[in-house]
Design a protein around this ligand. Structure first.
Ligand code: ADP
Ligand code: MG
Length: 490
């Protein structure tokens, strides 16, 4: 595993990798813009040199940094490595999160490339009091539980997550401005406040303000009424990074848009960091005046879409872990099958059930889960119903005998049926068995899954969906299925 590898290097090896990095950066700087190098490569390190593969491993703190470095430097970085190290070696890019903190292998690129960096100020008391004043002024309470380390990434939010982290690590550089959008309850506010937290702790001498758009509107209206708009504008002069949440609320307010436009232009021209969230993409902010909207088009836009089924289960499990609680996984499946597009509601459901558990001292049952879903306005399908309806307990055979029968019928062994072989006849037999179990046995999908030693529940859902489809069109399968179900009910 690469993850711990660097820790185990002796100081000589570390020194060697560090010097190599210095040489590569200096070589690169003969051809590339220095500021760009700092923006994209200050969190990139040589992790290892693998002589057997003729590869130099370069690690980045996250995907976003990695893909941007690759996009901007792939060729020149390779040239630099081949010039200063070995003409036969290639690059292997990897994500290496342990490096997101400070590292032995780090050298300050600002120094190295002789760029005048903005001086890192120790926050002086005047700054501190200014910060306090601004917080008091806007009166925003942030939720300390909205952090990166408890934000769960899935395929549909990975880009937004990585972009948010990259901005938080190196604001005022390449990812300015950033626009994050997605439906309600999918973690926009969580990400925005995580960014706030991170920049704030990395750059204590800077003023970072998080404002819900509604709050900004209130402030502007108040300032207009009190005729002290200019003093509100002056507040923004002192702000280094501005996060505005739910920008769509600006849509119907003409005057606020205009003022916001000024703030925006000012930030933009001074290269101060701006981050927005919205429930819709820039092009759909139809009510926002065109000149503001075209501005959004040049931004880095990252969307968040709903998690898939597997991820919803993972979210529920991880929230339980944080609370040091547990709920039967079969019950979690029911929740995840019904609540499909809103992480906040997944959380509500968990809290509802845990509260019920705490008060009744009983284990949570399926009925509790259905009650909870109904309270949330869902109309859950109760999968047990079709099982019990079809259940004919008098003639119920043992499932194992059905498995044997199906195996014999197709001339395959029971072991093959339970294997993960993907041969067509084995797959079909396996899927038919799953359907029989679902329709004719008091077996939940979890048990089917365990029975076949399959890796995950989604596979079972897919298998059943697939065989039901085939049953509609394939006469052979229809016939086979008929034979089996007659036997089941004999
Ligand atoms: P939005 O602002 O998009 O409406 P929030 O950020 O308020 O959504 O998220 C709603 C709830 O769901 C919060 O409690 C948040 O912590 C949780 N949540 C949303 N997305 C995630 C995620 N990816 N990982 C962990 N928790 C999440
Ligand atoms: Mg929100």
């Amino acid at each position: 595993m690469l993850i711990d590898i660097v820790d185990q290097y002796d100081s000589e090896k570390k020194q060697y990798l560090k010097e190599l990095r210095t040489k590569i950066i200096l070589q690169l700087s003969t051809q590339q813009d220095h500021k760009k190098i700092v923006a994209f490569l200050s969190k990139a390190w040589i992790i290892n040199i693998e002589d057997s593969e003729k590869k130099v491993y370069i690690g980045f703190s996250n995907d976003f940094m990695l893909s941007n470095a690759k996009k901007n430097f792939n060729k020149s970085l390779k040239d630099a490595i081949q010039t200063v190290y070995n003409p036969q070696y290639n690059i292997e890019y990897i994500v290496y999160p342990p490096f997101s903190t400070s590292s032995d292998l780090l050298i300050d690129l600002w120094d190295l490339l002789n760029i005048k960096a903005t001086e890192k100020k120790i926050p002086d008391p005047i700054w501190e009091s200014l910060k306090d004043k601004l917080y008091n002024y806007f009166g925003i309470l942030l939720d300390p539980s909205f952090r990166f380390d408890n934000f769960i990434a899935w395929s549909n939010n990975q880009f937004a997550f990585s972009a948010a982290k990259a901005v938080a690590e190196t604001p005022w550089t390449a990812y300015n401005p950033l626009f994050i959008y997605g439906n309600v309850g999918l973690g926009k506010t969580h990400l925005m406040q995580a960014i706030w937290n991170e920049i704030n702790s990395n750059y204590p001498d800077k003023v970072i303000i998080y404002l819900p758009a509604t709050k900004l509107i209130d402030e502007i209206i108040l300032a207009i009424q009190k005729k002290n708009l200019s003093s509100l504008m002056r507040k923004f002069d002192d702000v280094d990074a501005l996060l505005i949440d739910d920008i769509q609320f600006l849509a119907w307010k003409d005057k606020t848009q205009e003022i916001f436009h000024n703030i925006f232009n000012d930030f933009h021209s001074k290269k101060k960091q701006i981050i927005f969230s919205s429930d819709r993409p820039p092009r759909e902010l139809t009510e926002i005046e065109p000149r503001l909207k075209t501005r959004f088009a040049i931004w880095l836009v990252a969307d968040i879409k709903a998690p898939d089924y597997e991820t919803r289960i993972a979210i529920l499990q991880s929230k339980l872990e944080i609370k040091q609680e547990s709920i039967d996984s079969e019950l979690l499946w029911i929740i995840a099958q019904n609540i499909t597009s809103n992480v906040r509601e997944l959380e509500w459901a968990l809290n509802f059930l845990l509260t019920r558990k705490a008060f009744s001292w009983n284990e949570i049952t399926e009925n509790d889960v259905y009650a909870c879903l109904e309270t949330l306005g869902y109309n859950p399908t109760k999968p047990m119903e079709w099982n019990t309806n079809n259940l004919n307990s008098k003639s119920q055979r043992n499932f194992d005998t059905i498995v044997e029968m199906v195996a014999n019928y197709y001339s395959i062994s029971v072991a093959e049926l339970k294997s993960d072989s993907r041969k067509k006849e084995i797959t079909t037999a396996r899927q038919i068995l799953m359907l029989i179990a679902k329709k004719h046995f008091r077996r939940t999908q979890q048990k089917i899954w365990m029975y076949f030693w399959w890796k995950n529940h989604a596979t079972v859902i897919y298998a059943i969906w697939n065989i039901e489809k085939k049953l509609k069109s394939d006469e052979d399968i229809q016939q086979d299925y008929q034979i089996f179900t007659e036997r089941v009910n004999q």
